[in-house]
Design a protein around this ligand. Structure first.
Ligand code: PGA
Length: 230
């Protein structure tokens, strides 16, 4: 089964939670759907069959870190996943590979599953392997990657409506899979129109969906597409 992650970013409200919960009631494989709303909305998903996760967490478990959210608190409210290393966190909040790795270790220690985003910027395309190797090196050194999910998200594809050609997605995600032996998702402008061709790429274990996950009808259509693909 393909994994479909919804990254709402700083969007959504209680009404959207209700609509998504309602539209996903008939999902055949709820365990493969992971909704990542803003953290104050996570409590809305406590009774659902599908999974839910946070978009970020602290590098600490507790203490004087105003505005941060502990991964142990996320676990206590039933989260199973935490997205880390999203390009918006890397670029807008200056998160380094080292800082992301601190979160990674804590998440694994708590038996949560990290969804680690990596990807090259447009000007880095010609040497993407070096860029990805740099982003991956801490995790690979850590070793224990069998539970970890990586999401390949070319930065230039996020929110732009532009996706790489399918051969490029196959090549890059195969490269990540070879390096990590982990599950690899594709993220960047996935929508109901391109979901079939993207999810059919052999090296892809699923998709991380941003904008299109905010429309309950469109997201449901993506789920239906994913249910038809082995
Ligand atoms: P997008 O976002 O689907 O809106 O391009 C994906 C992401 O940022 O994870």
């Amino acid at each position: 089964m393909k994994i479909i992650v919804a990254n709402w970013k700083m969007n959504g409200d209680i009404d959207l939670c209700d609509k998504i919960i309602n539209s996903l009631k008939s999902a055949i494989y709820p365990e493969s759907i992971i909704i990542c709303p803003p953290s104050p909305l996570l409590f809305m998903f406590r009774e659902v069959k599908f999974k839910y996760g946070a978009q970020n967490c602290s590098t600490n478990l507790k203490g004087a870190f105003t505005g941060e959210i502990s991964p142990s608190l996320l676990k206590s409210i039933g989260c199973s996943y935490v997205i880390i290393g999203h390009s918006e966190r890397r670029n807008l909040f200056c998160e380094s590979n080292d800082y992301i790795f601190q979160k990674f270790k804590l998440i694994l220690e708590l038996d949560l599953i990290p969804i680690v985003c990596i990807g090259e910027k447009i000007n880095e395309r010609s040497y993407y392997k070096e860029v990805l190797e740099e982003q991956l090196k801490y995790f690979i050194k850590h070793g224990d990657l069998n539970k970890v999910i990586f999401a390949y998200e070319p930065v230039w594809s996020i929110g732009t409506g532009i996706i790489p050609n399918l051969d490029d997605i196959l090549e890059v995600t195969s490269f990540i899979k070879m390096q990590t032996q982990s599950k690899v998702l594709y993220g960047g402008s996935v929508n109901k129109k391109n979901a079939t061709e993207i999810l059919n790429i052999a090296s892809i274990d699923g998709a991380l969906v941003g904008g299109a996950s905010l429309d309950p009808n469109e997201f449901y259509e993506i789920i239906k597409i994913s249910e038809k693909i082995k």
